[in-house]
Ligand binder design. Structure first.
Ligand code: SAH
Length: 401
């Protein structure tokens, strides 16, 4: 076995305090000698200019930075024993979920929120899904798997590689890692509602687990008797919860062709007749134009766009275009109706998001009230030291006039 490189990386004085205080992301501007980092997966010791140890982590390039701090203890070795400790703490934090009959799909380890940036582990009714965000973290695969396997009983383990697969560590291309293969679909539950999950069918498995509190709130407090428009609907998860909450009708709009069959399936596994719901495969921006022309209006409109998307006619960036999107939505929301505005864009915060809402209503001369807001749920643990890890922002807006 090749031995892992260990490198000292020197902090510029201005950044020492930040890392002493536990900041987990290794970013180039903080160091005088970042160019020393060459091999993904190298162990990095952060030191000050007097070579005093501050913290250790690993080198792994991802969009966010150059790697993550894993420990403030010099004597810690980054090995199976270390990963066992981290994963066990993460599992203990989700005890309530493991014990639940109503929810069998949730996040077990949320990257830096659980002290291990670059990796997430999700649970789907006995199956574990590991998502690797850099080649660097992927070099620890053997030790991390061994740690996980020693801690949990599992039916099977799957993985997603969310890094450039031209990397040298591509020893397997399959998402299936070990154990039994999952049925396709695998039926899991979230607050009593079924989801059809495909663990080995591309980058996404069928549901985004971070919206669980929002879906439940829509079902329990806002859906009854309402007409619901779900935009950027993907597999229709919000529509399913709305329908189960007694919505009069749901309309799901997504431009991906496969969204129709996927949404029909999510309705079907919950004994909802898809024939009684509308599923529309179209660009949301075209649909808004159509809806305005036809003078349609909805009591509840869900907006959950990707942070960035390019379709044939439009480029959408949440940071730049959310106000415009809201203005479209406001026009087809009934008086006293609700807009659920959601974004997972990490490049702006809740305050800024609320300013988009303010601007949209102001420009249309309308009044609104914020009913409630959400960020990441309990299982998506966020580090106090890295608040920007809490990317989810959801606002329930009541349109007053
Ligand atoms: N709201 C979904 C997740 C949305 S994922 C849920 O709760 O599960 C983003 C989705 O937006 C993708 O399915 C993608 O196909 C769709 N999308 C991106 N740009 C679009 C556009 N211009 N019009 C309609 N759908 C779009």
């Amino acid at each position: 076995m090749q031995t892992r490189k260990e490198i000292n990386l020197t902090l510029t004085p201005a950044f020492v305090k930040q890392y002493v205080n536990g900041y987990p992301l290794i970013f180039p501007e903080a160091f005088t000698d970042i160019s020393k980092l060459k091999e993904e997966g190298s162990i990095v010791n952060l030191v000050d200019q007097n070579k005093h140890f501050i913290a250790k982590g690993y080198y792994g390039r991802q969009n966010k930075g150059y790697g993550w701090v894993l420990s403030a203890k010099k004597e810690d070795k980054i090995d199976v024993h270390f990963f066992k400790k981290v994963i066990k703490d993460a599992i203990d934090h989700r005890k309530m979920f493991f014990d639940s009959q109503e929810t069998t799909a949730f996040r077990v380890l949320n990257g830096e929120g659980d002290g291990m940036g670059g990796l997430t582990i999700d649970y789907f009714d006995g199956y574990y899904l590991l998502t690797w965000y850099s080649i660097g973290i992927y070099t620890f695969k053997k030790a991390i798997l061994e740690a996980l396997q020693s801690l949990v009983e599992y039916k099977g383990i799957y993985q997603k590689k969310r890094f450039d697969t031209k990397g040298q560590y591509l020893d397997d291309t399959d998402d299936f890692v070990c154990g039994e293969k999952a049925p396709e679909p695998l039926i899991v539950k979230e607050n009593g509602v079924n989801f059809a999950i495909y663990l080995d069918d591309g980058a996404m498995v069928g549901v985004f687990l971070d919206q669980k509190d929002v879906r439940r709130t829509i079902r329990d407090k806002y859906a009854k008797g309402k007409t619901v428009l779900n935009t950027f609907s993907y597999t229709g998860a919000f529509s399913v919860f709305a329908a189960l909450g007694g919505a009069k009708k749901t309309t799901s709009v997504d431009l991906a062709n496969r969204s129709r069959a996927k949404t029909e399936e999510q309705f079907a596994v919950n004994n909802i007749d898809p024939e009684l719901q509308d599923i529309i495969v179209e660009d949301v921006f075209n649909y808004f134009k159509y809806a305005v022309r036809k003078k349609l209006s909805f009591d509840l409109v869900v907006l959950d766009p990707p942070s960035f998307a390019r379709s044939k006619k439009h480029t959408f960036s949440a940071a730049k275009d959310y106000t415009k999107l809201l203005k479209e939505a406001i026009q087809i929301t009934s008086k006293n109706g609700i807009i659920v505005a959601s974004t997972n864009a990490a490049n702006f915060d809740m305050k800024r998001f609320k300013s988009f809402i303010e601007k949209a209503f102001k420009e249309l001369g309308g009044k609104y009230r914020i009913e409630e807001t959400f960020s990441l749920p309990e299982d998506f643990k966020v580090s106090e030291k890295f608040k920007e890890g809490d990317y989810l922002k959801v606002v329930f807006i009541r349109k007053i006039n």
